[in-house]
Design a protein around this ligand. Structure first.
Ligand code: ATP
Length: 441
């Protein structure tokens, strides 16, 4: 694994923190793990859910021109023939003749093995789709694929969604879900895994309007990351050169993030013309033309598509890397995640200053029960207050509420803020209001 410190943060430190605090574990660890597959623990599942919720909110709830979809992972295998994946969703690979390691031609520099200097075999094509069988009788089962992207579930449902929701271009269909790729170049923690989640939007427009909408989605997607706190200097667009574009794509930009291993793709935004809908219409067995008929103008056309396609796991990694801070406080290292409160796995931690004073513990539990901030709120008394604060800092909890001896008489608690470490003394009756204001969703 390459841990070069290109963004000032070490990927190993992030991975350690994730394991230690319960964000991300190696899959099936007790059996020695499973290559490039990851499990999200109690904090990871919250962070990932928050990332997906923020995407859904921005793409679906905040607009009137996008509908949601949750298509199945298994699809009729004809889908993948029509989409071109059976023929061309492949990487060119070379094997080292000496150490037998396998490399992607586009990811390896020079013409000898970077590990041992051995010579390579001739390049051969390797399809990235996982194959499995449907049906229980051997010989009669049918080969199917685990989807390598969520997009095709959207294209084949274009007519279903368009007619049932009575939408007219420009409109979009959004989907979040698992995708699977038998990746060869893996590593870099959750950056490239074999099972991952995508957040994809297919936005259907009238041919001719595609350039305008392409520009719109480039700006809109970039601002989603910066609005959620990613430093804009750590993000950039990279336009695909003509020879890099899929043959049907008019244009494609990657949004790249400055990951610890260097600038790498976070999301792709592609102008896909009418390629996908036409491919499926040509192969469909129910006569579906996948055209849009505009009854006002009597025009019929196959819409063009703009596709912003992001990886949930890569977004999670970017949010973790970008918010990771380490500083010296009174000669001790303080690590904290300066993550946007909308993404923070725990919103508020309620901490008793003394756990052996039942009145304090009781008051803390009562406060905990009353806090409703639309996310997880926790109680912790398993260490001294200083250590409890550090623990919450490290997992990005924006606010701690501390109950002390004085709280019993003055009905006030201390609110302590993660980034500044400043403290406010607040009347218990005001907690709801203050937290509601500071943790607005
Ligand atoms: P790469 O060149 O890094 O393999 P890609 O160009 O094949 O990525 P797309 O097919 O455009 O990726 O997929 C859209 C998004 O899905 C990517 O921008 C990325 O965020 C995410 N993604 C793709 N492959 C993986 C993977 N193996 N692990 C995690 N996320 C992935």
């Amino acid at each position: 694994m390459n841990h070069e410190n290109k963004s000032g943060v070490d990927l190993k430190e992030i991975a350690n923190l994730c394991k230690r605090r319960g964000f991300i574990f190696q899959s099936s660890e007790i059996y020695g793990g499973m290559g490039s597959v990851w499990d999200y623990g109690p904090l990871g599942v919250e962070l990932k859910k928050n990332v997906k919720d923020q995407w859904w909110r921005r793409i679906v709830y905040d607009r009137t021109d996008v509908e949601g979809l949750d298509a199945a992972i298994l699809m009729n295998p004809k889908t993948w023939i029509a989409s071109g994946h059976v023929d061309s969703f492949a990487d060119m690979l070379v094997d080292c003749k000496v150490c037998k390691k396998r490399f992607r031609v586009d990811k390896v520099e020079g013409d000898v093995c970077p590990e041992c200097g051995g010579a390579f075999t001739a390049a051969k094509s390797f399809n990235l789709m996982f194959k499995t069988q449907v049906g229980s009788v051997e010989g009669e089962s049918q080969d199917v694929y685990l989807r390598p992207e969520t997009a095709q579930g959207i294209f084949v449902n274009f007519a279903n969604v368009q007619t049932s929701s009575r939408k007219k271009p420009p409109f979009g269909i959004a989907q979040i879900g698992k995708s699977f790729r038998n990746e060869i170049t893996t590593g870099n923690f959750i950056f490239r895994s074999r099972e991952f989640e995508q957040m994809e939007l297919e936005f259907f427009v009238k041919p001719g309007d595609d350039e305008k909408w392409y520009e719109y989605w480039l700006a809109e997607r970039m601002s989603w990351y910066t609005d959620l706190g990613i430093n804009k200097d750590h993000l950039r667009f990279r336009e695909h050169a003509k020879d890099e574009l899929a043959f049907y794509a008019k244009r494609c930009h990657d949004i790249e993030y400055l990951f610890p291993m260097g600038w790498s793709e976070l999301e792709g935004i592609a102008s896909r013309t009418d390629y996908d809908l036409k491919q499926h219409a040509g192969a469909a067995e129910n006569g579906s033309s996948l055209r849009y008929f505009d009854s006002q103008t009597n025009e019929s056309y196959v819409p063009y598509v703009i596709e912003p396609s992001g990886g949930v796991d890569r977004a999670v990694l970017a949010f973790l890397v970008d918010s990771y801070r380490s500083e010296n406080v009174r000669d001790k290292e303080r690590v904290y995640l300066s993550i946007d409160h909308r993404l923070a796995p725990i919103k508020v931690a309620v901490l008793p200053l003394l756990k052996n004073r039942p009145e304090i513990v009781e008051m803390a539990h009562k406060i905990l029960k009353d806090i409703k901030v639309g996310g997880r709120v926790v109680y912790d008394d398993t260490a001294s207050i200083g250590r409890l604060y550090r623990r919450q800092d490290e997992i990005g909890t924006p606010i701690c509420v501390t109950v002390d001896v004085e709280s019993l008489t003055d009905n006030k608690v201390t609110l302590r803020y993660r980034d500044s470490m400043e403290q406010d003394r607040v009347d218990i009756s005001k907690i709801k209001e203050v937290l509601g204001e500071k943790l607005k969703v």
